[in-house]
Design a protein around this ligand. Structure first.
Ligand code: NAD
Length: 250
């Protein structure tokens, strides 16, 4: 028996090969969880798993933009653990673009990874999470709460993720499962590394929602995700909790 607030909880975390997903995996491991980690980036996955040692039971390199992999991922996690207590939908992609430049392919891929994959993973995981009185944490964004220019596909998908969280929370209100979202503000992670801001973008406009405070540390978000996923969060259901330094306050 491992100690901690997530002692021996069995968790499936997507996008765990870098940034916030890696931070969530680290905090979950410290709190005693057993982990199956998913990412399309095999190198990142291997590095994170190497750091976390025997807390990581299995890694899965998969591209979540393909809906057909979602059920296989859940079945692989359940086969590894013999059940499932926690699903963290963290993987996402982001492009900055003026809306006329958003191609149908960019739109479809963003919605596939950021919105459809979380739903397909939840749908496959539901029977196992219900059996374990488990829970889901969906990683949303401050961009889902306030309108943010040049991220329409990303922010629309994230807003859908928050509403999906609330709809499922109501559908399962009388059953032993909790479904929540956590909405971070800007963090310095790989999602921003290759981002190019369009030349025609209005930077003064973007500064309005860039935050009055420093960027959020992924560890701070991971600590809240671990709280919500643990028995300490037992009254939290259908919520979207912001960790954004106040950027959505007004
Ligand atoms: N960084 C920020 O400023 C910020 C702000 C708000 C919300 N978020 C959210 O935090 C979460 C984590 O992002 P991050 O900032 O750590 O970025 P990140 O790029 O470091 O991590 C995202 C991970 O998801 C993986 N991924 C992306 N597409 C995938 C796919 N198709 N299949 C499998 N894996 C895939 C990437 O390989 C990467 O490891 C995301 O949901 C993001 O929307 C980030």
């Amino acid at each position: 028996m491992r100690g901690g607030h997530l002692a021996d909880r069995r968790a499936l975390i997507t996008g765990a090969g870098s940034g916030l997903g890696a931070a969530i995996a680290g905090v979950f491991a410290r709190e005693g969880a057993r982990l199956v980690l998913v990412d399309r980036n095999d190198t990142g996955l291997t590095q994170v798993a190497g750091k976390l040692g025997d807390a990581v039971s299995h890694t899965i390199c998969a591209d979540l933009s393909d809906a057909s992999v979602c059920d296989k991922i859940v079945q692989e996690a359940v086969a590894t653990f013999g059940g499932l207590d926690i699903l963290v939908n963290n993987a996402a992609i982001l492009h900055f673009a003026l809306s006329p430049d958003v191609t149908p392919e960019m739109w479809d891929k963003t919605l596939a990874v950021n919105l459809s994959a979380p739903f397909h993973l939840i749908r496959s995981a539901l029977p196992h999470l219900l059996a374990a009185c488990g829970n889901v944490v969906n990683i949303a964004s401050s961009g889902a709460i306030i309108g943010t220019a040049y991220t329409t596909a990303y922010s629309t998908a994230k807003a859908g993720l928050i509403h999906m969280t609330k709809c499922l929370a109501m559908e399962y209100a009388r059953q032993p499962i909790r479904i929540n979202a956590v909405a971070p503000g800007a963090m310095r992670t790989n999602i921003g590394t290759d981002l190019s801001i369009p030349d025609a973008a209005d930077r003064d406009l973007m500064a309005r929602y860039s935050g009055l405070r420093p960027a959020v540390d992924p560890i701070e978000v991971a600590e809240l995700v671990a709280f919500v996923a643990s028995p300490r969060g037992s009254a939290v259901h259908g919520a979207c909790l912001s960790v954004d330094g106040g950027v959505t306050a007004g």
